[in-house]
Design a protein around this ligand. Structure first.
Ligand code: NAD
Ligand code: MG
Length: 388
């Protein structure tokens, strides 16, 4: 049996993975599931899959679940400090999925690397802020890494047998989100409901808002730069409303490879857990109609000004990435709580990026997670002090 753990099992990615496992229950033993607030769903999952350990990070939810599960045989932990009670470095589990949303995913990603043979990371924020720390630990503990973000999963598949320095350019596609055709003058009235209505993908709230502002693509460019060890000028966004083409890689031998698959996260998730085609997936026929008209375009920088952030990035892994991710996390939260308007997310984010107090972090490499967390707290306080 494959021993596995799922961080963020109550979310969109976590639940999709559990749906795959449900069809092949005998192959897997789930050692740990984690959630934040939705303790009811987490308890249901734990009972169904006979999981003995769960982590619930939200304090109130932890207290309720702990009471409900007394004498149930399911141990409830309140944070990731308890991983050493669940896992053993000398008996690594086979696979971990990191699917917590937002900046908070970094800590758990770093904490689990030593206990797992393979780590699938959907949480792009952790890769963006902590790649140098993650990479160090992947090497130290000889843990295999697989990106789950569909574009990065596609790039990885395209360059599998090629050398990094053979890559000339990588194009990452973007659906364009719900406001691609929305008139600019109406942007100031965009509601939470409008922004959450993604045309192609069904995802958690945070990433749906990031897709609406196009910050998701900014993150994906930074994520690709780090994972595949490229320069920013080797990466470009192409708007592709059908979301059928996920990545395109131009090589220095004159070849260009494209990767297409259905608009369904099941494909990268499924392939992250099964190795070497050990199991087949049911998928649709090739969509010739979509291939006949890929409809690729540049991003509209006036409607989606956050894409300008890519030009402000430094080539090294720095703490500036934490500034962007934590500021965006905070602003998306404020928007989802009705405290700021949709356009404020981009405007305030660009303002934060231009402040010398923050741009100085472009020269500083993160040494440890505390440095990253402290800076994120400071950015959050700074936004509070801006009188929003
Ligand atoms: P989601 O909001 O549906 O689920 C998030 C999960 O994280 C939940 O289980 C929640 O309980 C947990 N969580 C939230 N805040 C937490 C905290 N502070 N501490 C501990 N746990 C916490 O999100 P999702 O759509 O499944 O996305 C998960 C990650 O995968 C994100 O980083 C996202 O960018 C990335 N991703 C998602 C998709 C997608 O299609 N959903 C695609 C590509 C990448
Ligand atoms: Mg993606």
């Amino acid at each position: 049996m494959k021993k596995i753990a799922i961080f963020g099992s109550t979310g969109s990615i976590g639940s999709s993975l559990l749906n795959i496992i449900k069809k092949d229950k005998k192959t897997f033993e789930i050692k740990l599931l984690t959630g934040n607030r939705n303790y009811k769903k987490l308890i249901k999952q734990a009972k169904f899959f006979k999981v003995k350990n769960i982590i619930i990070t939200d304090n109130t939810s932890f207290l309720i679940a702990n009471k409900l599960l007394k004498n149930s045989g399911i141990k409830v932990y309140r944070n990731f400090d308890s991983l050493n009670k669940i896992f053993n470095k000398d008996k690594k589990i086979d696979y971990t999925m990191c699917a917590i949303s937002g900046f908070q995913g970094l800590r758990s990603t770093l904490d689990i690397i030593k206990y797992t043979k393979k780590i699938a990371i959907a949480n792009k924020e952790s890769i963006i802020c902590g790649w140098n720390l993650i990479k160090k630990d992947l090497n130290k503990y000889k843990t295999d890494f697989i990106p789950v973000d569909s574009e990065h999963f596609s790039i990885r598949s395209l360059i599998h047998f090629d050398k990094e320095n053979d890559i000339e350019k990588i194009y990452i596609t973007a659906s364009g989100g719900p406001f691609r055709k929305f008139p600019l003058k109406k942007f100031k009235n965009i509601s939470i409901k409008d922004a959450l209505r993604h045309p192609n993908w069904s995802m958690g709230k945070k990433i749906s808002i990031d897709s609406a502002t196009m910050m998701n693509k900014v993150f994906e460019i930074i994520e690709a730069k780090k994972i595949f060890n490229l320069k920013y000028n080797q990466l470009e966004i192409l708007v592709h409303p059908k979301s059928y083409l996920h990545a395109m890689v131009k090589f220095s031998n004159g070849l260009t490879k494209l990767l297409v698959h259905d608009t369904d996260m099941i494909i990268p998730i499924f392939n992250s857990i099964y190795d070497n085609n050990e199991k087949k997936i049911k998928s649709k026929k090739i969509n010739i109609q979509a291939l006949n008209n890929l409809d690729l375009n540049k991003v509209d920088k006036i409607k989606f000004p956050v894409v300008k952030i890519i030009k402000k990035m430094h080539e090294k892994d720095t703490l500036f990435e934490t500034v962007i991710v934590s500021a965006n996390d905070k602003l998306v939260n404020l928007f989802l709580n009705n405290k700021i308007k949709f356009i404020d997310i981009s405007n305030i984010l660009l303002k934060i990026c231009s402040l010398s107090e923050f741009s100085r972090f472009k020269l500083i490499q993160p040494k440890n997670i505390d440095e990253i967390n402290n800076l994120a707290d400071y950015v959050s306080l700074k936004i509070d002090s801006m009188g929003i």
